[in-house]
Structures are given as C-alpha cells and as structure tokens.
Ligand binder design. Structure first.
Ligand SMILES: Nc1ncnc2c1ncn2[C@@H]1O[C@H](COP(=O)(O)OP(=O)(O)OP(=O)(O)O)[C@@H](O)[C@H]1O
Length: 523
C-alpha cells in the first residue's frame, strides 16, 4: 500500500530514491518507458541523454509535476504517490527547473520567502532579512535581496532558483541543467557547493546535465536515457566520456562523434579576408537597466563581414541589456547603431532588408509563442512573404511543408509540425528557432547564449552553423557566458564588465586567466 503523506514523520537528511518501471505517455507517444533506477542517499547522480530522451519527464514525475501512468517511485524504500508538487515538497523533494519560475514583480528576498509557501499574514521583515542574509552567507552566492528578477541576468536568476530550493533544506535536490548560463567558474562554484551539501549527508542530488566535464568532476553515478529508456547505469569512477556518449547515442553515434565527445572539437574557420567591411557598428550605445540606472555605458563595437566577435562577461554585466537594446527589445538611451552602413533601429522591415537576424537567450520566452505550433513558430519571421503567403492569402500548406523540411534538416524532435512548440524539450525549441533564424542569406547575426541547454551533438552542430554564417560573409556578434564557446568560435573577444567594454584581444592570443580577471572586474 502507498503510505499517505500526512502520516509521514518529519524526516531530515539525504533520502534514497528509486524508480521502478516508471512510464509516462503523451497521447500515443511514450516519453518515458519502464525506467528503473536507483539514487543512493547523499550521492550526486547524473541523468544524461540526448535532447528529447525523457530526462525532464522523469524528474517532473519525481517532483510531482507530472504523473506516470505505470510504475512506481520509492523514497527510502517505500512506494509514494507523488500526486502534486506539494506532496513532493512534503517528502523533501525540491527542483530547480530549466525554465525560470521566479515571481517577476517580487524582489529576491520575497521570492526566497515565497518559495517556502508558508508566509505569515504579517511578515517581520527585519527578522526575515536577517535570516535570509545569514542563509546567503552559508552559500558562495551574492545576490542583491532588493533586486527583481527582470533586473537579473540569466546566470543570477539561475543562482536564485537554486537558492530558493536550498533555503527549504531539501532531502532530494533535483537540478535540470543548472549550469547552462553560468561561466565555467560560476558552474564550479555552484556544483562544488551542491556536492558539498550532498557530502554533508543533508541531501541527495539528481542532476540533468549535457556536460561530460561536470559529470566526471562532480557526480558519483550516472544513468543514461535514450528514447525514453534507461539504457546504461554506472559509477563515474568506472566510466569515461566516450563510453557515456556511446550509451547516449546508441547505434546512431559515429566513432568520431564518440571519440570527440569530451573535446568538442572546434569547427574549422577560414581566415578573415583582408578588406572586409564593417557590417555592424555600435557607437556610444547606452541603455538603461530595469531599475532606471545605466546598464550599458557608451559601448563602441565594430564587427566585420565574415568575423565572429565574442562578447564575454559574467552574467549581469550589461550583456542582456546590450542585446535587447540592439534588437529592439529595450529603448536605446544614447548612441547609434548601423548595419551594412545604414542606420539600424531594429525595425522588422530593416531586419528584412539588411538581412539581420537574432538568436535571443531563453528562446521559448523570447523568440516563440508557446501555444502556437512548431510550423507557426517557424513562420513567424516571413509569414507575410512568398512562398508563405500569396496575393494577401496565407498559405498554411506551405508553412507546414517548409516546417517539415526544417524539422528534418535540423533534427528537431517533435511529434509533428502541428505540435505546440512548448511541448518540445528545451533543446528542440532551440533547434526550431535556429532553423527559422539561420535560413537564407545573413549579413549580421546577433546571438546570445545560443547553445543554452543543448546536448553535445547539438552544440557541435549549432556551432558549425554559426561558423557557416561567418564563412558565407555574415558578421556575427556572439554574446556568451561560456568562455569555452567564445574561445572556440571567435576571431576576436571583448570583455564586458559593469556595462563597459573593458578588454579586447584577438582570440588566437586570448588567455583564459586574463579574460577571467577582466570578467571579474580585476586587471
Ligand atoms: N507535455 C508534453 N506533451 C507532449 N509531448 C511532450 C510533453 N512533454 C514532453 N514531451 C515529449 O517527450 C519527449 C521527452 O521530453 P523531455 O523534455 O523529457 O526530454 P529531455 O531529455 O529533457 O530533453 P532536453 O535535453 O532537450 O531538455 C520529447 O520528445 C518531448 O517532445
């Protein structure tokens, strides 16, 4: 019999998790197929798998956000019916999502308190603030308690999501790609803290990641999912990235792909032609942050045709505001922008004429309409131009057939072009947006954290496509919090710190520790 939750004694400390033949279907599609696995108490356990393998589905069932049709979940050896997130919470299960779940109008402090779900009618703010500050001091993270989520960069939001869960002292902490928007240093800080938390016996950690380095450095055991099935279980001490990659990809993997799983070999670049013209120019561009203070201070940048200019920086140093001001999602306070020598105000007509594209971060939120289908989302840029419309009529058949082609070309895993885009896994949403934005000729591409959440095969593929854009003469402004990505793809790298460009170097001469020092505000 399944034990009722309200009969539970208040247990503390790391719990043991097991799933037994856990199965979840969406209509006729089986997203998770008889998955059995075991996570030892106090361990850090990694879930690996290609985009769409079923990792998020599995953890959502454990966290009570979805219900499995078959199979069971055992906590400390006892079967539990985790009917909803409140039950999960009662059992000590906390989850940090791939998509942000912060209350937008509330401050960091309020978001932390809200996470507890037990806010009293009258809050003693003085005492609560002291408690929150004491809690923050036990972690390596520094966040402004009065900031609101809209003012936080992706990396800071990610840390706040994690803090919200840590504040609740979970017995099982589930992390869905927690380091996608963190710099390598930040990722080490976050994972180091989480592992220490597990080692102390306070909680067990189940972590979804695409990064083999993180699996090897921070986890104890791994379960690999492929097409909804658990195909491989092992201890990290007894495996290596090549074996894990082979398990992830099954027969689909080529020996070269498996061999290079850990090194993520850089796509080949051709040298920048001598007389290349400046395709994107920013002169003294300034933009306000969400709190009415200047977030971007007079930025001057020039990107030539065929060049990839990387913008490095710790999240929260104005990169988000810079991209938003460039692509028309935030007013420009001062300065000017030209594309292909013409003034550029980010109008849709200019994007079309000047062939300027952008890949924003968090594509489901910033570049898609979640309830619309994959085909409709793929048509958002040119639905009113031939062949998608003719004589004032929208030709939906054309939308669908082109979407089918792109789904195939970009390997988007979806139940069809008619499926709502929000039903796709994170990595597949990204692929669908990339297919739309990278189609046709491109003069200028502005990309912000373009491989957020993608598995290793997809990262290589997308990097290859960005390099192709430059290879065909497009200017690429690549804003990324991932230094490895910038070092691998860029011709030149600038560092942004506190809203200013503080350092510039040719990528070939770039030294990681020097970049890191400028990113941290030191010199
Ligand atoms: N609500 C839903 N309705 C229909 N299909 C869904 C739904 N949620 C997930 N799926 C499908 O189930 C499969 C597994 O998705 P899931 O999000 O678990 O993958 P994942 O391994 O976490 O992928 P990623 O690494 O890209 O995040 C995908 O093919 C996805 O399209």
């Amino acid at each position: 019999m399944i034990a009722p939750v309200n009969a539970l004694p208040a247990v503390e400390g790391a719990l043991a998790l097991e799933t037994y033949h856990l199965t979840k279907r969406f209509g006729a599609f089986t997203a998770m197929d008889h998955v059995s696995m075991r996570v030892d108490p106090g361990s850090v356990h990694a879930l690996l798998g290609e985009n769409g393998a079923g990792k998020s589905t599995l953890v959502k069932c454990v966290a009570g956000f979805q219900q499995a049709e078959e199979g069971s979940i055992l906590i400390d050896g006892r079967e539990r019916d985790i009917a909803n997130p409140i039950v999960a919470r009662t059992l000590g299960i906390g989850m940090v999502y791939q998509h942000f779940t912060l209350a937008p109008g509330m401050t960091v402090a309020e978001n932390l308190l809200l996470a507890g779900g037990k806010t009293p009618a009258v809050i003693d703010w003085k005492a609560q603030r002291a408690e929150l500050e004491a809690f923050l001091a036990t972690t390596p993270f520094r966040l402004d308690l009065d900031a609101r989520p809209a003012e936080l960069a992706a990396g800071e939001k990610q840390k706040l999501e994690l803090l919200k869960q840590l504040y609740l002292k979970p017995r099982l902490l589930i992390l869905d790609e927690p380091t996608s928007v963190l710099t390598p240093q930040e990722a080490d800080e976050v994972l180091g803290h989480v592992r220490a938390f597990a080692r102390s016996g306070q909680c067990t950690v189940l972590i979804i990641t695409h990064k083999f380095r993180e699996v090897m450095a921070y986890t104890d055991a791994v379960t690999v999912l492929r097409r909804g099935k658990a195909v491989h279980h092992c201890r990290v001490a007894e495996t290596d990235p090549s074996r894990l990659a082979a398990a992830m990809m099954g027969e689909a993997a080529t020996p070269a792909e498996v061999l290079h799983a850990e090194s993520d070999t850089a796509p080949a670049r051709s040298p920048l032609p001598a007389g290349a013209r400046v395709a994107l120019q920013l002169r003294g561009l300034s933009a306000m942050g969400d709190r009415g203070t200047l977030a971007v201070h007079g930025v001057d940048l020039a990107v030539k045709s065929g060049e990839i200019l990387g913008v490095a920086g710790v999240s929260g140093n104005g990169q988000r505001e810079l991209v938003e001001a460039l692509v028309g999602q935030r007013p420009r306070h001062a300065g000017s922008v030209t594309a292909m020598g013409e003034p550029y105000a980010a109008r849709r007509s200019e994007n079309k004429r000047l062939k300027l594209r952008s890949l924003p971060e968090e594509p489901l939120r910033n570049a898609c309409v979640g309830d619309l289908s994959v085909a409709e989302n793929m048509a958002l840029r040119d639905y009113d131009a031939p062949p998608l419309s003719a004589g004032g009529w929208l030709r939906f058949g054309q939308w669908r057939s082109r979407a089918r082609e792109w789904i195939k070309e970009y390997g988007v895993k979806t139940q069809g072009e008619g499926a709502p885009i929000k039903s796709l896994s994170g990595g597949n949403v990204q692929r669908a947006v990339l297919a739309r934005e990278l189609a046709g000729d491109i003069n200028v591409l502005i990309a912000a954290n373009p491989v957020f959440g993608l598995d290793f095969a997809a990262v290589r593929e997308i990097h290859g496509r960005i390099v192709q854009v430059a290879g065909k003469g497009g200017a690429v402004l690549l804003v990324s919090e991932d230094l490895d990505e910038l070092l691998e793809l860029s011709d030149r790298i600038v560092v942004m710190s506190e809203g200013r460009i503080v350092y510039e170097t040719a990528a070939a001469d770039a030294e990681r520790h020097v970049l890191g020092a400028h990113m941290g505000g030191g010199h």
